[in-house]
Design a protein around this ligand. Structure first.
Ligand SMILES: [Zn+2]
Length: 430
């Protein structure tokens, strides 16, 4: 099994036993007994003389570090039996009883446990609250079990602060596993038939967005972190009008778009309705978007125009740009875009987790290297765009046909799409 995507640093520790001898069925959170960063904790475990380690550590700022690959047995819980089965997580805490933890540490712990359970195909995280009960329990295939260090040694670990919250940890993680980032998707795709129809177009939009930002030199973490947010905002639909305003204004996405384009609706700038890829809402931003569309002579829902506008706008958001350029992790970029750029009312840990989860799905889908993907796309487009040039040199013509239709309307629709993508398209009747 690979490691978590949530990490922002890796500091390998030599203190482990190599490959674990049991499948992962447990998670054991510990307290660091110190308000350390993930890096600082890793630096301790890096020393062989320290003779201890954990798979992960969560720093006082919520950042997650990897010290021992998940496939290996860490030296963490004073029990070979436990550590062979458990993914162990050190969490930054106070130095005295009850070893309290910052809420950002708690948030990261919930995120990391959810991520671990998801990757091992677990649907439930259990806290049985009792040593004997837990150790004699045989978890079902889809169950993960929480254990604590104090059961295996005369220690207070993980401290009463966390010990008292183990039930909540199990509940919170299980709740998230049951609702795998579903709520926002449902909102935009009210029924599955509609969702299926949208799927093809959605895939095209995904590729277009990915390659646009890869073309700007962003790495895969950065593009994915940005895309997770855009997906949450608009499901990648550039004509998306904020749902609550569809009712309020009595307009659909298409109706609103047309009315803005034709000038029959003058409220675009000041109506306070979220619109487009990034759900632009604030009047100055909507005015800038409208001006940009006019300047480019593009429809207000034109994807390329919105992407260019978005990129231009992002340059003014320092924290977002820094995160995008660093591309440290999907979570880091996603959080920066959420809190610095999108700034929705709800910026809770749950929203952060969900948006980053969307983002990671795109990173998995479009690969580690954004730049390579962009090159591949550019190459494809070049090859397809060549025939005219070749014809000029050789006198021969090589035509590329991309569709044949019995209905002229359908042919025109495809031709329009091709023109939008930058190809010359002619309709021939046969
Ligand atoms: Zn411990």
């Amino acid at each position: 099994m690979a490691n978590s995507n949530l990490i922002s640093c890796t500091v390998y520790s030599p203190n482990h036993s190599g490959q674990r001898t049991y499948k992962v069925t447990r998670i054991t959170p510990h307290c660091m007994v110190g308000q350390m960063t993930a890096q600082a904790c890793g630096n301790l475990f890096k020393k062989a003389s320290y003779e201890a380690s954990s798979n992960y550590g969560i720093g006082k700022d919520g950042e997650i570090g990897l010290y021992v690959d998940e496939k290996n047995r860490s030296w963490c819980s004073s029990s070979a039996d436990n550590d062979n089965r458990a993914i162990t997580i050190e969490c930054a805490s106070g130095t005295k009883h009850p070893y309290s933890m910052n809420m950002v540490v708690w948030d990261s712990l919930v995120n990391l446990c959810t991520d671990i359970c998801e990757r091992y195909g677990k649907k439930k995280l259990l806290w049985l609250g009792d040593k004997n009960k837990t150790l004699s329990y045989v978890p079902a295939e889809d169950e993960m079990v929480l254990t604590v260090h104090r059961w295996f040694a005369a220690k207070a670990c993980p401290g009463d602060w966390l010990y008292e919250r183990m039930g909540r940890l199990a509940e919170e993680v299980t709740k998230r596993l049951k609702d795998p980032a579903g709520a926002e998707r449902e909102e935009e795709h009210p029924n599955t038939a509609a969702a299926a129809m949208i799927n093809n177009e959605e895939a095209d939009r995904e590729k277009q967005i990915w390659s646009f930002f890869a073309g700007k030199g962003l790495n895969a973490n950065a593009i994915a972190g940005l895309m997770g947010n855009l997906y949450a905002e608009s499901a990648f639909r550039p004509n998306n009008l904020q749902n609550s305003f569809e009712k309020k204004l009595g307009m659909t996405d298409k109706g609103y778009t047309t009315a803005v384009n034709t000038g029959t609706y003058a409220g675009f700038v000041n109506d306070g309705a979220g619109y487009g890829l990034a759900q632009w809402t604030w009047h100055t931003r909507k005015k800038a978007l409208l001006d940009y569309a006019k300047e480019k002579d593009a429809s207000i829902d034109d994807m390329q125009m919105q992407l260019e506008f978005l990129w231009k706008e992002l340059q003014g958001y320092k924290a977002s740009m820094e995160a995008l350029k660093a591309g440290k992790s999907v979570q880091a970029v996603s959080d920066a875009i959420l809190t610095d750029f999108e700034k929705p009312a709800d910026q809770s840990a749950e929203v952060k987790r969900r948006r980053a989860a969307f983002g990671r799905a795109y990173r998995d889908k479009y690969g580690e290297s954004g730049a390579d993907y962009s090159k591949a796309i550019a190459k494809e487009e070049k090859t397809e765009a060549k025939p005219e040039e070749t014809a000029a040199k050789s006198g021969k013509l090589f035509r590329v046909q991309i569709g044949a239709f019995s209905s002229k309307e359908n042919a025109e629709a495809l031709a329009a799409k091709a023109r939008k993508a930058g190809f010359k398209a002619v309709i021939k009747e046969e």
